[in-house]
Design a protein around this ligand. Structure first.
Ligand SMILES: *[C@@H]1O[C@H](CO)[C@@H](O)[C@H](O)[C@H]1NC(C)=O
Ligand SMILES: *[C@@H]1O[C@H](CO)[C@@H](O)[C@H](O)[C@H]1NC(C)=O
Ligand SMILES: *[C@@H]1O[C@H](CO)[C@@H](O)[C@H](O)[C@H]1NC(C)=O
Ligand SMILES: *[C@@H]1O[C@H](CO)[C@@H](O)[C@H](O)[C@H]1NC(C)=O
Length: 392
């Protein structure tokens, strides 16, 4: 506003300038000051309100807008390192390549579990009748699982120890992706835990994931101690504080993104070295920051920014709500399946609640395909209600 007013004042000055009587009264230095400030104001205005139409462009340069922008100072940006340039060209080319076409596109369900999967029977019900449109991978980090479903027999991949909050968690995710990528028919990749259950029937899940171009990777900016507060400046120059993001670990990923994760060594190493429990006297958990930050930096519009795996944080405790047998009612399951907003709460004093409508290909849709933190004792109730609550 101030600039605009100043501009108008100068315009008035300009109108009176040509009058010879006035000119005679103005001493030479005043003249120069007025002229110089005029030019300055003009340049400031031009900088703040860059011309948008071609007529305006013409005023500034005979080459049009390009010529104009060429002599403007470039926005401050740092120079990329050799590693970053190499990394970014590889990632850009993977993302620009047309997706691998498959005659028999499948979804890879990847289970990250310490041992047996308490909901195998429920998943069996979910998969039944859809043979050939999915594949199952199990990363059992502690005990060899006992199976209740033929879909899970011999589906374990070679695993390694997983320590909660450490990089070994991300390593297990990468191991699952690598094994699932071996099958060229796998087009979308879903990471699930032993406490996860399906919220919709198979076709719904299949169509939801297959007929969209985004990965459902949770990602938001949390300025609080459990978000950006975990950032370490050792991650510079590649990972700047302003790019540091947070999100739940339970992702689904399109094939191109899974390949991009395999191709990444640079950013992965930064998180392995500098985002870990006890880093700089703070706890950083790579599984909550690596993928959200990585995709926020390299393909922000390629991710949905919410996770399709529901979890209930509404109790405001350190851990989300665990569902027990008595909690499992038709009404509860229906409530969860019908949620259409994703909610993020920052961990700073303001506890800002960020609510976003879940848009699937631009259309309002239920946010969640899976639910988490169901205790093994809920199995029987879920089995009974499954065809009921998934029939929506
Ligand atoms: C996804 O991308 C492909 C090719 O880039 C395009 O043909 C298709 O329409 C897109 N699908 C959606 C649902 O946006
Ligand atoms: C996800 O958030 C980023 C900003 O961080 C935004 O650019 C992108 O468009 C969002 N994705 C979708 C699908 O809206
Ligand atoms: C389901 O949602 C309704 C409306 O939000 C709420 O009143 C009810 O308590 C919820 N029921 C369960 C079991 O969560
Ligand atoms: C699901 O169960 C509820 C409560 O038991 C019942 O009211 C409803 O009609 C059932 N819906 C279907 C589709 O079977």
């Amino acid at each position: 506003m101030k600039t605009a007013q100043a501009w108008r004042l100068r315009m008035k000055d300009m109108q009176i300038l040509p009058a010879p009587r006035h000119r005679a009264h103005l001493k030479k230095p005043t003249w120069i000051i007025v002229l110089v400030s005029l030019v300055c104001v003009f340049l400031i205005c031009a900088y703040i309100y860059p011309p948008h139409n071609s007529a305006a462009c013409y005023v500034f340069s005979s080459n049009g807008c390009n010529g104009f922008s060429q002599w403007m100072p470039p926005p401050p940006s740092r120079e990329f390192t050799d590693d970053e340039i190499a990394s970014r060209v590889v990632i850009r080319d993977i993302l620009n390549m047309p997706p691998v076409q498959s005659k028999n596109p499948k979804i890879a369900f990847m289970y990250l579990t310490p041992g047996s999967l308490p909901f195998e029977k429920l998943w069996d019900k979910f998969f039944h009748g859809h043979e050939g449109r999915f594949s199952v991978y199990v990363h059992a980090s502690k005990d060899k699982p006992v199976h209740f479903s033929r879909f899970f027999v011999n589906r374990e991949i070679r695993s390694d120890k997983v320590v909660w909050g450490k990089i070994s968690m991300v390593d297990a995710e990468r191991r699952l992706l690598a094994n699932a990528l071996k099958d060229p028919d796998n087009q979308h990749f879903v990471l699930l835990s032993d406490s996860c259950v399906p919220l919709h029937h198979f076709d719904y899940v299949y169509n939801y994931l297959m007929y969209t171009n985004v990965s459902f990777i949770d990602c938001f900016e949390d300025p609080g101690p459990h978000g950006t507060g975990r950032y370490s400046e050792h991650m510079l120059p590649e990972v700047e504080k302003a790019d540091f993001r947070k999100g739940a670990q339970w992702f689904t990923m399109k094939r191109q993104h899974a390949v991009v994760v395999m191709a990444d060594n640079l950013y992965y190493k930064k998180f392995r070295e500098y985002c870990k429990p006890g880093m700089d006297g703070r706890n950083c958990y790579s599984d909550e920051h690596y993928l959200p930050t990585f995709f926020h930096m390299l393909d922000p519009s390629g991710i949905a920014n919410w996770s399709v795996t529901h979890v209930d944080w509404s109790e405001g405790k350190w851990h989300p709500k665990s569902y027990r047998a008595q909690d499992i009612t038709y009404q509860l399951m229906r409530n969860i399946t019908l949620i259409e907003d994703s909610v993020h709460v920052t961990s700073d004093e303001r506890k800002e609640i960020q609510v976003r409508t879940c848009l699937w290909n631009g259309m309002r849709r239920p946010c969640y395909l899976f639910g988490r933190k169901f205790m093994p004792e809920t199995l029987d109730n879920l089995m009974e209600l499954f065809s009921n609550y998934t029939s929506i």
